[in-house]
Design a protein around this ligand. Structure first.
Ligand SMILES: [Zn+2]
Length: 241
């Protein structure tokens, strides 16, 4: 095999909560593609993680954003400043929120929720809105559509998996039989679930998208939240050490 598909691990501490996310690196002779890039401020951790594999930020050719949430695109503007040659790909539906041509739906949702939060959650709600406002927009260089084919790592199919957000995408690595789920499937204690159902913009669509990805019967599912799921159960090398 002349390519590698690597499940990266970004661990970030917020107060006393530990947040770990799993971006994916698609690495072949011509391309080094990062799928999602972590929270605001995660560039140094991402850089360290890439270094372990001998890859620098400057070598990245492409950043794919599965959707516009802060934990997926938070470091995108920092990445682009470090590596202006890196092209940013996202679905045509999601791009206006990534570039802030339109007000991000997640911020809209958080602001609406703020009005109905009980008093004891007001402070948290406000801090969350403030954080979302700090997400730096980036220009999307290439608009993706459902079914698009990329020649990365033996073939990559772009799959529309709406629900969590309207333009959410997942990636099917055809020859490796890996699905990169984004937030279309999350793992909780090894169990596949809908990521944050309470914040899912369209739960019915999200359920359909999850079912659709399962029906592909891929050998492995790389979940941004929770890590790797194989038919034998959860194996996550990063969690074992
Ligand atoms: Zn997420």
């Amino acid at each position: 095999m002349d390519y590698k598909i690597l499940n990266l691990c970004l661990r970030m501490q917020f107060g006393d909560t530990d947040n770990t996310v799993y971006p994916t690196l698609l690495w072949d002779r011509d391309n080094i593609v990062l799928v999602d890039c972590g929270y605001i401020g995660s560039l140094p951790i991402l850089e360290q993680e890439l270094q372990q594999y001998g890859v620098s930020i400057e070598q990245l050719t492409t950043l794919v954003l599965t959707h516009h949430d802060h934990d997926h695109m938070g470091a995108a503007a920092d990445l682009k400043r470090r590596n202006p040659n890196m092209k940013i790909y996202a679905s045509a539906l999601e791009a206006p929120y990534i570039s802030a041509q339109e007000k991000p739906l997640r911020l809209r949702q958080a602001e609406e929720l703020q009005h109905v939060l009980p008093p004891e959650q007001q402070e948290f709600g406000k801090a969350f809105c403030d954080m979302l406002r700090r997400v730096e927009p980036v220009k999307v260089d290439k608009l993706l559509q459902d079914g698009d084919y990329m020649d990365w790592c033996g073939g990559c199919r772009i799959l529309a998996t709406p629900g969590h957000t309207p333009g959410h995408i997942s990636l099917l690595m055809e020859s490796a039989s890996i699905v990169i789920t984004g937030d279309a499937i999350a793992l909780e204690e090894g169990r596949p679930v809908i990521a944050n159902p309470q914040f899912t913009l369209d739960l019915e669509e999200a359920t359909k998208s999850m079912d659709y990805l399962w029906a592909l019967k891929a050998k492995t599912y790389y979940c941004y939240h929770g890590g790797t799921f194989t038919s034998k159960g959860q194996t996550n090398p990063h969690e074992q050490d």
